[in-house]
Design a protein around this ligand. Structure first.
Ligand code: NDP
Length: 383
């Protein structure tokens, strides 16, 4: 029997890779909702190909174009933030949350409220909403399956023991494309998004270059696997073969290995708790040859320190860090600030005055996010 599926961020890197797996196993899936921000052509093509029930663009200015592109197909067209949340409230067996940024938080929360199973790629949503989201998951009996390759690796390694028996969790980091670049002030967007191992969207690629990706992942891991922040470590492993590790109190360390291809963790979520075929070649360890490991350099790349401090501070701090980083990355990609200003801006926003009080609701998180964005934008204005 086929299972129902909705994909939020269907036109992005994770969304497309999810659709690739669905295409290979077409009879297993019945697609309900597909969404994009503004890429109407790709969204409409995909919605037609998979005979979706509804297609939604977040940017309302594109609704007429979407209606035109879907004319005669019988597929509903909708637009705007509330339409995204309404689509996420349609009950499905699996929701893939692959919108980039805190913009994906509303749909994730709507899917959680349906007590659904959510394959979560959208790390910024969990970083910003932290306790609000995990409390909602508990309250509604929803299931969060981590798509992020590191968290998916940890999730798989935790099948080998109890959380109470975990001594430490190690998140591996490739170190990004700039690990060995001396002058970070001259880095261009093209250099920053040219990741050595992974083919990803622009924002997460810049996050990998600054190491904010690992910082966000640290906070994500802290919420998904509550073993205590001091037990979650980061190690740079440039080959990206080991995707993360769990060490148990008896001294056993379990690791998950695989190719640098997001279809592996996505497939793990889609088939969970079973397994499914993917087009991956078998892991060829002799061809890989050597694996190396280093401590992160938090002087050149302060992002992981900032994220750890934000996670320790708790409350609104992670949402502020995330919002400031989203603004800084967008400004860098627009060539308005140099690469080296990204972490400085995030630190300045975090250090500006008192932090807002800890968010208790989705609306509180969205307010913190909006205010931190506004503050970051003001700090970017010329004096
Ligand atoms: P992309 O930039 O490739 O795709 C983002 C998707 O979100 C697109 O469908 C885009 O639509 C949509 N989108 C963008 N802005 C908005 C908005 N304001 N409202 C609604 N939808 C929006 O991102 P990735 O696929 O690389 O990343 C998605 C998420 O997954 C991120 O949180 C990232 O950190 C995480 N992730 C990604 C990995 C990867 O390999 N790419 C690995 C692990 C995690 P449109 O096409 O119209 O712009």
């Amino acid at each position: 029997m086929s299972r129902s599926l909705s994909i939020f961020g269907a036109t992005g890197s994770v969304g497309e890779q999810t659709l690739d797996l669905v295409r290979r196993n077409r009879a297993d899936w019945n697609v309900v909702a597909l969404t994009a921000n503004s890429n109407v052509a790709a969204l409409a093509d995909t919605a037609r190909e998979f005979a979706a029930e509804v297609a939604v663009v977040a940017d309302e200015r594109h609704l007429d174009d979407l209606r035109d592109a879907l004319a005669g197909s019988g597929i509903e067209a909708a637009a705007g933030r509330s339409a995204l949340c309404e689509a996420a409230a349609r009950p499905v067996d699996m929701t893939v949350a692959a919108i980039v940024g805190c913009a994906g938080l509303g749909p994730v929360m709507a899917a959680i409220e349906q007590s659904g199973t959510i394959a979560l790629a959208n790390k910024e949503a969990l970083v910003s909403a932290g306790e609000v989201m995990t409390a909602a998951v508990d309250r509604h009996g929803a299931t969060l399956l981590p798509v992020d390759s590191e968290h998916n690796a940890i999730f798989q390694c935790l099948q080998g023991g109890e959380l109470a028996d975990v001594r430490s969790i190690t998140l591996t980091a490739s170190g990004g494309p700039l690990r060995l670049v001396e002058d970070l002030s001259a880095v261009t967007p093209e250099q920053a998004i040219a990741h050595p191992n992974w083919d990803m969207g622009a924002k997460i690629s810049v996050d990998s270059a600054t190491m904010f990706n690992k910082g966000l992942e640290l906070i994500e891991a802290h919420h998904l696997f509550p073993v205590g922040l001091d037990r979650i470590r980061i190690v740079v492993h440039p080959q990206s073969v080991i995707h993360s590790m769990v060490e148990y109190r008896d001294g056993s360390t379990l690791a998950q290995l695989g190719p640098s291809d997001m279809r592996v963790p996505i497939a793990s979520c889609l088939a969970w708790p079973a397994r499914m075929d993917t087009p991956m070649a078998p892991l060829d360890l002799p061809a890989i040859g050597e694996m190396s490991f280093f401590a992160p350099d938090e002087v050149r790349f302060p992002a992981t320190r900032l994220a750890r401090e934000a996670a320790q501070a708790g409350g609104a701090a992670p949402a502020v860090l995330n919002a400031a980083n989203e603004i800084a990355v967008a400004a860098f990609l627009d060539r308005k600030i140099p690469f080296s200003r990204i972490a400085l801006l995030v630190e300045d926003v975090l250090n500006q005055g008192d932090l807002p009080s800890p968010p208790q609701t989705l609306e509180d998180v969205l307010r913190v996010d909006e205010d931190a964005r506004a503050l970051a934008m003001r700090m970017l204005e010329p004096a």
